[in-house]
Design a protein around this ligand. Structure first.
Ligand code: SF4
Length: 215
């Protein structure tokens, strides 16, 4: 896809999702970080259901650390991988208190050194909380990058690097949300809904005109 087409593709997604933002519910950067850690292999809806009561009880690292691994686990049992996530969140809170004065660090190296925080989670937090032009590639964005020709790549990192290289810097932050919403609701994994897609004109998916509208 040409750079001109990339820009047109993203402008069309902007029109389709003018208020695009994360669907995770959080009140501060700490809660955002925890929600993103909990959202690995889980839906945002399931995370939001579990964190409502968790954040009422523990909205900061100190109160979350006081809750402890077992206390956190009580709240998140409905989320996949809850045991290891409770373990990681408890450790993460301890490290925030010991090494970062209870604050979420604003740089990749420090974020990725926290338990349960990988490159994708760091990218989300840097993008949303610290206004940095990062691109977190989840399953939707990986699929979209390859299917549409926006950023083909064999690995998540290759797609991330290609997106960062091709997307105009000022569009990178919102593009993260546009692409996730587009992948979640229109360009779906099994059957993309090409007949109602706002970016058909620029998409390079070879079967885009062969998929019949859903009845
Ligand atoms: S035309 Fe189809 S394959 Fe291409 S982005 Fe739209 S929904 Fe996805």
């Amino acid at each position: 896809m040409s750079l001109k087409a990339v820009r047109a593709f993203l402008n069309a997604l902007d029109k389709a999702h003018p208020d695009a933002r994360s669907e995770l519910i959080y009140n501060n950067t700490f809660e955002l970080l925890v929600s993103v850690v909990l959202s690995a292999q889980a839906t945002d809806v399931s995370v939001n259901k579990a964190t409502r009561a968790l954040y009422e009880e523990a909205p900061d690292p100190a109160s979350m650390a006081a809750l402890g691994e077992d206390g956190i686990a009580q709240h998140i049992r409905t989320i996949g991988l809850w045991r290891s996530k409770a373990h990681n969140v408890a450790l993460l809170c301890q490290q925030l208190l010991e090494k970062h004065n209870g604050q979420v660090p604003d740089n990749r190296e420090a974020l990725e050194a926290l338990p349960g925080v990988g490159r994708k989670t760091a990218n989300v937090v840097l993008n949303i909380a610290f206004d940095q032009p990062t691109m977190a590639v989840d399953t939707h964005i990986f699929r979209l990058g390859n299917r549409t020709g926006l950023a083909p790549g064999k690995t998540v990192r290759a797609v991330e690097d290609e997106l960062v290289r091709r997307i105009p810097k000022e569009m990178l932050r919102p593009a993260h949300h546009w692409l996730i919403l587009h992948g979640r609701y229109v360009c779906k994994a099994r059957t993309p809904e090409c007949w109602r897609c706002p970016v058909t004109e620029w998409c390079l998916f070879k079967d885009k005109n062969k998929i019949p509208p859903k009845r």
